[in-house]
Design a protein around this ligand. Sequence first.
Ligand code: UT7
Length: 326
Amino acid sequence: MFKIIGTGSYLPEKVMSNFDLEKLVDTTDEWIRERTGIQERRIAQDNQSNSDLAVNAAKNALSSANIKPQDVELLIVGTSTPDYAVPAVAPIIQHKLGCNNIPAFDINSVCSSFAYSLITAAGFLNSGFYNNCLVIGSDIYSRILNWHDRATCCIFGDGAGAVVITKDQSTKGILSHNYGAKGEDAELIKIPVGGSKYPAHFLHNNYKKEDFYFQMAGLDVYEFTIITVPRVINDLLIQANLTIFDIDWVILHQANIRIIESVSKKTKIPLEKFIVNIQKVGNTSSASIPIALDEAVKQGKIKRKDKLMMIGFGGGLSWGGLIIEW
Ligand code: UT7
């Protein structure tokens, strides 16, 4: 049993429009809008790191939950772009927030990281270990993108979102969850060089320049997604003993408007129930669900007792979905 008692988000000030991208790579505003739904995205300033974005989102979430940093007992950060390869970014965020000495760790399941983190946090609360937990999704993909690769650099943006969850007997909390990975396709989304298998300093490997950057086999991932997400929705509904008519809101990872439209069509969940902000923020990876959630809460869309479905998907290839009672 848990309740989300606060949400927060943070977007860097700098807006990069599709027209700005036209000056960088061989693309058009029309192509990006028609194929993805994106019109603009935010890009962090050079002096901002992932932890800075995360701290801003977390402060907003703590203030909307009306709790102090000292009341947080567990911090989980979903991210695939931590400040450093080592250590995790969560302890850095913990220190900047003043949640001193609490357990703080990262979960990296790429764009599913926030969903994985929320499911993990709920498990800790249900186990009775903690009462208050801060869950953040924060990513700064502008730092790992190949700005010469139009197939990826036009899609992503930077941002962070956060929720405070607390043990609560008055709501049911998670009604169902479903997460997993199709590891055989793990290499469809990757940064080939810079990990421990191919370290950047192994110069004898004569790496290609593009192998230092984020790469995605877009079409294959698209096909994985439009098959996987409807299946996950079906499984979530069966596990929760609900039908599509019981669901008030759906927040899918904001990867592509065409994915959202396809899922709506396949599952017969009306498009109006999907919370969509991809046009303004692009794909912010693990931040996309908590940013969209925060906006919907602030707009007064989501009301107590509403049933909300959230599903992340992406690198791994992973997926993570849950239905919660708000
Ligand atoms: O967040 C993690 C999960 N990610 C996803 O779920 C993403 C899933 N994939 C997608 O959303 C889409 O596959 C993309 C948006 C990434 C790409 O859209 P697409 O319609 O699948 O394009 P494509 O990769 O099949 O490429 C079609 C054509 C290619 O040109 P040729 O080879 O047919 O001449 C690309 O080079 O479109 C070209 N293209 C572009 N053209 C103009 C790719 N990117 C661009 C671009 N501007 N930005």
